[in-house]
Design a protein around this ligand. Structure first.
Ligand SMILES: NC(=O)c1ccc[n+]([C@@H]2O[C@H](COP(=O)([O-])OP(=O)(O)OC[C@H]3O[C@@H](n4cnc5c(N)ncnc54)[C@H](OP(=O)(O)O)[C@@H]3O)[C@@H](O)[C@H]2O)c1
Length: 265
């Protein structure tokens, strides 16, 4: 897909991977709709891009506020008259033992990561079906493919996204709407600091795995050509996680043994 003058709606655009997507799409001549909760951070991203009203619309929203998302999608569609690409990126992670975790925390992970992206997609798809073109990009995770300690609600939400969007992909072939699942391993962003602990408060620090990980700009550059081809699944991670994904397919039992002895924070 050539992104010049295409309209791209990115959630979680105020930070990390979403901000990196905003930079890359803007460089390719796209018009952007930037969403997350923090309006002032979205304005900062817009200013850093050197964008203006003609090519960038700021649309604050809370993915956990499901009831507001159909209205937000109407505003997004009105901003430039159509949406060509929706990047479901906004999300939060987790650092807590399931047995100690409040159910409220698990529900919040599902609301933000799963129901928020599901509802925005449901709101945008009819316009893509009518225009007979579109691309839904979902930032899943290797945690959407296998689970580890301290990520129960997070991995559940990412597995749920995988199932949902496998179905949507099948439903959308006849409408020429593509679905791409991006499955990153650790990327150096604020994801760990913003992760929820058992009682729902933030973890507040960067884990060792993330300190030495690739940054978000590099991640987006690495996946760019596959993304433009609308590849259905894209893995972007260190060789270690790529190997884990392979082992999961060949021998789930072997992966469990490996993970049991691995550092996952
Ligand atoms: N970094 C990694 O290692 C990694 C690996 C695999 C997958 N991912 C996925 O990549 C995506 C982006 O994460 P990141 O690494 O870029 O982390 P990040 O720097 O913490 O960014 C998360 C983004 O999500 C937004 N967000 C959080 N809660 C929200 C809510 N309730 N409503 C709307 N927006 C919300 C945040 O904006 P506001 O605070 O302004 O709302 C922020 O823009 C997530 O889905 C994450 O699961 C990350």
């Amino acid at each position: 897909m050539d992104y010049k003058n295409k309209t791209i709606w990115i959630t979680g655009a105020s930070s990390g991977i979403g901000e990196a997507f905003a930079k890359k799409f803007f460089k390719e001549g796209a018009k952007l709709i930037l969403s997350s909760r923090r309006k002032e951070e979205l304005e900062r991203v817009k200013e850093d891009l050197g964008a203006d009203e003609s090519n960038c619309f700021i649309l604050p929203l809370d993915l956990a506020d499901s009831d507001s998302l159909q209205r937000k999608a109407k505003e997004a569609l009105a901003a430039f008259g159509k949406i060509d690409v929706l990047v479901n990126n906004g999300g939060i992670s987790q650092r807590s033992l399931f047995a100690e975790t409040d159910m409220k925390t698990i529900r919040r992970l599902m609301e933000v990561n799963f129901f928020g992206s599901a509802e925005l997609t449901r709101a945008v798809l009819p316009s893509m079906m009518e225009q007979k073109s579109g691309h839904i990009i979902v930032i899943s995770s290797v945690a959407g493919k296998f689970g580890t300690k301290f990520r129960s609600g997070y991995a559940a939400s990412k597995h749920a996204l995988q199932g949902l969007f496998d179905c949507i992909r099948q439903e959308m072939y006849e409408y020429n709407v593509g679905v791409t699942m991006v499955c990153p391993g650790p990327i150096k962003t604020n994801i760990t600091q913003n992760s929820l602990t058992a009682d729902g408060t933030n973890f507040g620090k960067m884990g060792d795995l993330h300190k030495s990980a690739m940054d978000a700009d590099e991640m987006v550059t690495r996946i760019w050509s596959d993304l433009k081809k609308q590849k259905e699944e894209i893995y972007v991670s260190s060789p270690k996680e790529k190997l884990a994904l392979l082992v999961k397919r060949i021998s789930p039992r072997l992966l469990n043994i490996i993970l049991k002895n691995s550092k996952v924070t």
